[in-house]
Design a protein around this ligand. Structure first.
Ligand code: ATP
Ligand code: MG
Length: 357
C-alpha cells in the first residue's frame, strides 16, 4: 500500500470551506482503495496567521512542505491585508520557492452546467490554458521613486528570460501533443511590446521545430478574448504569459459557467519539489461561512493532483463522480443558479466516489 503525503493549506475565506471538502473526497477515495492511502498535514497559514505573527507563513515554511507528494491549496486574500502581501507572502512564495513554473488550467463545460455561450455545446469548449508562472509581468521587478512628489513614478518590469520562456513553451507543446487535437495557440502581444514578447515569439517558433506533429498558431491577446467567445472550438491548448493567462483563464472559467468550478495546478514539471493544486477562485469573503462556496473547482483540482501522482484510474473515477453531480441541477450551488450547499455537493461527490470504488 502506497502512502502519499499531502499538505493542505486552506488559507483564507472560502478556502477554509473548500479545502476540507477536497480532503473529504480524497479520504473517501482512500477508504475504498487497497492501493494507496493519504497522510494529510494541515497548515493554518494565511490572514489569521499574519495577524498573529506578522507573516503569512513561517520563514522556514517551505521546509515543512518539501517532502510532501503534493499540496492542496485554498486561497490567499484578506480584506484587511493588502493583496500584494497576502499573495506574495504565501501563494507566490510557494510557487516561486518550489519553481512551479507551469500553471495548468483545464476548462470544459461540465454536464448540466449552462455557460453564457448559448451557441456552444460541451464539445465546443475544451481547453487547457498553460500559464507561465515564474516570471514575466509578475517577476516582481520594479520600484517606486519620489513618492509623494509631483514627479513620482513607478515601474513593473515584465522580465522574461530565454530559459524561462523555452521551458514553458516546451511544456506547452508537450501538453498539446498529449491531447487528441495536438493543437497549440501561442498568445502574444508582440505588436505592442517590442522586446520580451518578440523574444517569446522567436522561442515559440524555435521550440515548434521539436514538435512537428503539433499544429500551432499565434494570436494577439486582445484578439484571443474575442476568439474565445466567438469561436471557442478553434482553440485547444493555449500558452500565455503570467499576466495574459491570468486574465484569459478567468474569462475561460466564466465561459464554462462559473469561477467556482475551475481548477488549476502549479506544476514543477521536473518534480524536484511538490506541486500545488487549487481552485482558481480567490477567498470570496462575500460568501464566506455561509455554505455557498462551490467546491467543484477544488474537486477538479483534486483530480489534477491525482493525475500528478500517477493515479490515473482514481483521477478518472473522481472526475466521473463530479460530472454525475454537476449533471444533477438540484446539486448546483448558488453561483450556478441552484440552492445546494457546499456540504450537499461534497456529500454527493463522496457518495459517487464510494459507489464507484
Ligand atoms: P481574492 O481577493 O482572494 O482574489 P475575491 O474577493 O476577488 O478574492 P474571488 O474568489 O476571486 O473573489 O471571486 C469573485 C466572486 O466570484 C466572489 O465574490 C464570489 O461571489 C464568486 N465566487 C468565487 N469563487 C466561488 C465559489 N467557489 N463558489 C461560489 N462563488 C464563488
Ligand atoms: Mg480576486
Amino acid at each position: 500500500m502506497k502512502t502519499y503525503k499531502i499538505a493542505t493549506i486552506p488559507g483564507d475565506g472560502i478556502g477554509k470551506e473548500v479545502v476540507p471538502a477536497g480532503q473529504q473526497v480524497l479520504a473517501a477515495l482512500a477508504s475504498a482503495s487497497d492501493k494507496f492511502q493519504f497522510e494529510f498535514e494541515n497548515f493554518d497559514w494565511g490572514g489569521d496567521y499574519f495577524r498573529e505573527h506578522g507573516v503569512m507563513m513561517p520563514d522556514d515554511g517551505l521546509n515543512a512542505l518539501r517532502d510532501k507528494d503534493a499540496i492542496l491549496f485554498g486561497s490567499a486574500g484578506d480584506p484587511h491585508i493588502p493583496d500584494h502581501i497576502t499573495l506574495w507572502g504565501l501563494r507566490l512564495k510557494i510557487c516561486q520557492g518550489f519553481d512551479q513554473y507551469a500553471n495548468v488550467r483545464p476548462t470544459r463545460i461540465l454536464p448540466g452546467i449552462d455557460g453564457p455561450l448559448k451557441r456552444c455545446g460541451p464539445d465546443d469548449l475544451n481547453w487547457v490554458i498553460v500559464r507561465e508562472n515564474s516570471e514575466g509581468e509578475y517577476a516582481g521587478v520594479g520600484g517606486r521613486v519620489h513618492q509623494g512628489h509631483p514627479i513620482e513614478a513607478a515601474t513593473d518590469v515584465s522580465m522574461m528570460t530565454r530559459a524561462g520562456v523555452e521551458r514553458i513553451m516546451r511544456f506547452a507543446f508537450k501538453l498539446a501533443r498529449s491531447r487528441p487535437r495536438k493543437q497549440l495557440t501561442v498568445i502574444t502581444k508582440s505588436n505592442a511590446q517590442r522586446h520580451a514578447m518578440v523574444m517569446w515569439d522567436e522561442i515559440a517558433l524555435q521550440v515548434s521545430k521539436e514538435f512537428p506533429d503539433v499544429k500551432w498558431d499565434k494570436e494577439l491577446v486582445d484578439a484571443s478574448t474575442a476568439r474565445m467567445v466567438n469561436n471557442p472550438a478553434s482553440l485547444d491548448t493555449i500558452v500565455a504569459t503570467n499576466l495574459h493567462a491570468d486574465i484569459l483563464s478567468d474569462l475561460a472559467a466564466a465561459l464554462a459557467g462559473s469561477l467556482g468550478i475551475a481548477p488549476t495546478g502549479n506544476i514543477d514539471p521536473e518534480r524536484r519539489y511538490p506541486s500545488m493544486f487549487e481552485p482558481i477562485h480567490g477567498s470570496a469573503f462575500d460568501i464566506m461561512g455561509k455554505g455557498l462556496a462551490n467546491p467543484v473547482g477544488t474537486f477538479w483540482s483534486v483530480v489534477m493532483l491525482l493525475e500528478h501522482l500517477g493515479e490515473f484510474d482514481a483521477a478518472k473515477l473522481v472526475m466521473a463522480a463530479i460530472e454525475k453531480v454537476t449533471a444533477d441541477k438540484s446539486l448546483h450551488t448558488r453561483d450556478l443558479g441552484g440552492k445546494a450547499t457546499t456540504a450537499d455537493v461534497t456529500k454527493a461527490v463522496c457518495g459517487q466516489v464510494l459507489a464507484a470504488s
